[in-house]
Design a protein around this ligand. Structure first.
Ligand code: HEC
Ligand code: HEC
Length: 238
């Protein structure tokens, strides 16, 4: 049995699931489907993703993949990249067999197609243009701090879970922060880029600046040496 299935048997911890993992008494064992052959979306999702991203793509510790704004924001190439190779700066593991994971490329394609089918909604942005999914220009950490005070601190400063603490920021990469700021997390009450405390939506530049500010808090000493955070494409691990 491959680790993905083992994990599902143990992690679920439910009698029904354990029963499903063993042949019922008095019955010959069913011929087992080679795990590489499984391409059913629900099975693949439940076995590999649900533990972190939530049973139906929400209310898990990690991003709600079922958020239709997220599905509209992210392109297939990015999905394939994160699922195959993992997401730098976060707990998101690499799943492609070529990267040491357990899934074939066909299974990763089945996951992407299945997420689109289950969780996309047509015209979810209703004409509004969100800031681009990926950062495409350098941000100003200084300006980002002002944006944080105006748009985020009202909800986050008094919270016991400080998103500005280096401990929190060490666990979450820049793209993950950016995704949450733009698409929101309806499952935990994080508003999207249009509903952040003022009448105007956050602009693309403001998102870049905000992420530059949060990034500067990860390592305050390094940030002091480069206050207006250049493009981070060369920084490993983010
Ligand atoms: C061990 C926990 C864990 C598992 C298992 C896991 N993920 Fe993730 N994933 C994360 C974390 C953490 C992030 C970063 C976002 C966040 O912090 O919420 C992430 C990020 C992602 C992203 C990128 C989000 C973005 O910003 O665009 C995608 C896509 C994704 N996961 C899909 C999957 C799929 C599909 C599976 C199953 C094949 C899976 N993940 C399994 C923890 C996990
Ligand atoms: C209207 C209130 C509100 C505003 C404004 C707001 N947030 Fe949040 N945010 C929340 C809530 C509620 C949560 C969920 C908190 C939790 O689960 O502990 C959250 C969670 C988050 C998370 C995820 C934390 C995690 O557990 O992974 C991030 C990142 C985040 N917010 C960033 C921001 C940023 C950056 C801004 C400003 C652009 C902002 N938020 C503005 C209410 C808000």
């Amino acid at each position: 049995m491959r680790p993905a299935l083992l994990f599902a048997c143990f992690a679920a911890g439910l009698t029904a699931t354990i029963a499903a993992c063993r042949p019922a008494p008095g019955h010959p064992p069913q011929p087992m489907l080679n795990p590489d052959q499984i391409t059913d979306f629900t099975t693949l999702y439940n076995q590999n993703c649900a533990g972190c991203h939530g049973a139906s793509g929400e209310n898990g510790p990690a991003l709600d993949l079922a958020n239709p704004e997220y599905q509209a924001l992210v392109d297939d190439a990015s999905l394939r990249r994160w699922i195959s190779s993992g997401m730098p700066g976060t707990q998101m593991p690499a799943f492609a067999q070529s990267a040491g994971g357990m899934l074939t490329d066909a299974q990763i394609d089945a996951l992407i197609a299945g997420m689109r089918r289950a969780w996309s909604r047509p015209n979810i942005f209703a004409g509004a243009a969100p800031p681009p999914y990926a950062q495409n220009q350098a941000g100003s950490a200084q300006h980002g701090e002002q944006i944080y005070q105006a748009r985020c601190a009202g909800c986050h400063a008094p919270s016991p879970q400080q998103i500005t603490s280096p401990e929190y920021l060490a666990l979450v990469g820049d793209q993950a922060l950016r995704t949450i700021v733009i698409a929101g997390r309806p499952d935990i009450g994080q508003p999207d880029w249009r509903h952040l405390g003022q009448s105007a939506p956050l602009s693309a530049q403001e998102v870049d600046d905000l992420i530059a500010y949060l990034d500067s808090l990860r390592n305050p000493a390094a940030a002091a040496a480069r206050p207006s955070n250049p493009s981070k494409s060369s920084a490993p691990g983010r």
